[in-house]
Design a protein around this ligand. Structure first.
Ligand code: ADP
Length: 258
């Protein structure tokens, strides 16, 4: 087949709908007798425009899955795709660019820069990527997180919940393909946690954002479209439209089995 003919072929109908796809992903720390198999042959697809909770007992591989899916860690085997981009075949420079431009992060500890204002923290990913802020989008993101009157403040002048709102705005500002959230409500009281989960939920419902959240909290998981359970580094089940009660029941069963 000539190169010209190949180039003219239409895009296949089965173009991937997953924002993130893991195929046969394993991650082993250390070697020999002391090796820890944090992930074992994990297959998972996270559809675009959905909110997924990654759950499981402590040590089941949740953080490792998140780190591998976000291009922060490299699997020992298998492939990780962000859209059509295979992260496992990329060099460090390319990976750093992908993380900066196509991925957003929300951490338990907020991870804001204390010397920057709220506004500067929110636009930092754009500056790092050498992109100009789309003023209308920036206004919308700041309004959505309810911080329009706080953009000149420093993080230390805000409550924990407000700081996490800044982090959510920072994660959304580049319009990333996916937002990864690692225990985003772990440091917050229940009411504030509900606010933050509501924000992530509306980012999915209104903006079509894809959100993948590691959490140990069944109440947090009840805000998502689906929960994926890990146990011993393997996928141990899925639950669509999870309720807190059903998630609690599944987690207890997994802890019993672990
Ligand atoms: P979870 O987030 O579900 O608590 P992790 O992904 O943090 O689980 O860890 C899965 C397993 O991998 C655990 O046994 C943990 O001790 C191990 N692990 C994680 N990171 C490292 C590391 N850098 N070096 C060695 N072992 C690790």
């Amino acid at each position: 087949m000539s190169a010209a003919f190949r180039a003219a072929r239409p895009i296949p109908a089965e173009a991937p709908a997953a924002a993130v796809r893991l195929e046969g992903v394993s991650r082993t720390y250390g070697r020999g007798a002391g090796a820890v198999h944090a992930l074992r042959d994990v297959d998972a697809a996270f559809p675009r425009g959905t909110f997924t909770a990654v759950m499981g007992p402590s040590g089941s591989g949740k953080s490792t899955l998140l780190q591998c899916a976000a291009g922060l860690d490299r699997p020992t085997a298998g492939t990780v795709r962000l859209g059509t981009a295979d992260l496992t075949r990329m060099g460090e420079t390319q990976l750093a660019k992908i993380r900066r431009e196509r991925v957003g992060f929300v951490f338990q500890a907020f991870n804001l820069l204390p010397s920057l204002t709220v506004g500067q923290n929110i636009t930092l990913p754009l500056r790092l990527a050498g992109r100009r802020a789309d003023r209308a989008w920036l206004r919308e993101v700041v309004a959505r997180v309810g911080l329009a009157d706080r953009t000149g403040h420093r993080p230390a002048e805000l409550s924990g919940g407000q700081q996490q709102r800044v982090a959510v705005a920072r994660a959304l500002v580049t319009r990333p393909d996916v937002v990864f959230a690692d225990e985003p409500t772990g440091a917050l009281d229940p009411d504030t946690a509900r606010d933050i989960l509501g924000l992530l939920r509306t980012a999915v419902a209104d903006l079509g954002q894809t959100v993948i959240m590691v959490t140990h909290d069944p109440v947090a998981a009840a805000h998502t479209d689906a929960a994926v359970f890990l146990c011993g580094g393997r996928i141990a089940g899925h639950l669509a439209a999870p309720t807190a009660d059903e998630v609690t029941r599944r987690l207890s069963a997994l802890r019993g089995a672990a």
